[in-house]
Write a protein that binds this ligand. Structure first.
Ligand code: ADP
Ligand code: MG
Length: 258
């Protein structure tokens, strides 16, 4: 199973939207896909149609109580897409795990139990705390959604420093599969300027596919559906499909779960 963390410590940059739609695109392409909601806000769970009442076991149980992974996985209404949902309990995990040994390894150990998924996406919260560290320690690689706005690069350098620390301390093999430009607005000159700067700075690391600002992408979660299902033909969905194709092209040799 290839594990991809979707992280950026800034909130509202498109992590969850990217996680939901890329996971859906891969599932639709025949990859057995697991989505881990690691944000106490549970937006990925809600956005994929898992109501709070259904979240009997969650990523909190996985991390804090070391519940068995299989017990925390729920199917979604998308074929080949499963989820470990999140509940607000997860906001306490950072505190509850303080002083616990190997507290950054919890998710890695949990995911090592997986059998049957080809790829796993981890939707991170907007911070560089213990939850995101667990994701980075567990992941093979990182996908960074970056909103084309003025301070985008500054936030990115902080994230890259964290990645370096994680590589040194817990996960030397952690890679960065790419940076995805999100909420791109063609009519806004600043957006263009930022996109150019990001590409000049990061080169090939930036995916060619750009996710436009698109109202259908923001409407879809209130219907409990990925945009790719809610309106597969909107510009946002098409952009996510293109991004998914590019992502697949960057994947290491497809590794089947043992
Ligand atoms: P994050 O997970 O980084 O906090 P989200 O994916 O939740 O970010 O996005 C923040 C808000 O912006 C959400 O309301 C979402 O529906 C909306 N949104 C995300 N991407 C787009 C987009 N490309 N166009 C329009 N709205 C978007
Ligand atoms: Mg989110």
């Amino acid at each position: 199973m290839i594990k991809i963390a979707i992280a950026n410590q800034k909130g509202g940059v498109g992590k969850t939207t990217t996680a939901i739609n890329i996971a859906t695109a891969l599932a639709a392409t025949g990859w057995k896909t697991l989505l881990i909601d690691l944000d106490p806000q549970g937006n990925a769970s809600t956005g994929i149609g898992i109501g709070s009442a259904e979240r009997e076991r969650s990523s909190y149980d996985l991390l804090v109580d070391e519940a068995a992974l299989a017990d925390c996985i729920l199917p979604t209404r998308i074929p080949d897409l499963d989820i470990v949902p999140a509940t607000v309990d997860l906001s306490g995990a950072e505190v509850e795990l303080v002083g616990v040994e190997h507290r950054t390894d919890r998710l890695r150990h949990a995911l090592a139990q997986d059998s049957g998924h080809d790829v796993c996406f981890i939707d991170c919260p907007p911070s560089l705390g213990l939850l995101t560290l667990n994701a980075l320690a567990a992941a093979d690689t990182l996908l960074v959604p970056l909103q084309c706005e003025f301070f985008a690069l500054e936030g990115l350098s902080q994230l890259l420093q964290t990645v370096e620390r994680v590589q040194q301390r817990f996960n030397p093999a952690l890679g960065i599969i790419g940076v995805a430009l999100t909420m791109y607005d063609r009519r806004n000159r600043l957006t263009d300027q930022v996109a150019d700067d990001v590409r000049a700075c990061l080169g090939q690391l930036v995916f060619e596919s750009v996710i436009p600002r698109n109202v259908r992408l923001s409407e879809a979660p209130s219907h409990g559906l990925p945009a790719l299902v809610y309106d597969y033909n909107c510009t946002g969905s098409r952009a996510y499909m293109a991004l998914a194709r590019e992502l697949i092209g960057r994947m290491p040799e497809r590794r089947k779960a043992a």
